[in-house]
Write a protein of this length. Structure first.
Length: 95
């Protein structure tokens, strides 16, 4: 979906839980993940705090957020259909 709609304004942010940034970067390169990655701290105390605060303990976890910042879905089963609808309606396009 990122490749299909990125040029029309779709943004994707990956949450990378790999404790070693170098390993995470290599995995992203191997898988062709060209979208932005957020790297979670590797030290145990900060990682636990981040996971508690964010509620994200594992991946994949998909939060669908429109351009206005409204959370539309958490791990939607029909993600591609919802994204297509947003792109069609122009709700994901840049203002």
């Amino acid at each position: 979906m990122y490749q299909k709609w990125h040029k029309d304004g779709l943004k994707v942010i990956g949450i990378n839980l790999d404790p070693k940034i170098e390993t995470g970067r290599e995995v992203c390169k191997t898988l062709g993940l060209t979208y932005t990655q957020a790297w979670i701290p590797s030290d145990k105390k900060t990682r636990e705090l981040w996971q508690t605060a964010s509620g994200i303990e594992g991946v994949p976890r998909v939060l669908l957020i429109d351009r206005d910042g409204t959370l539309l879905a958490d791990n939607p089963k029909d993600l591609e259909q919802q994204v297509a609808s947003l792109m069609k309606d122009g709700k994901a396009k840049q203002k």
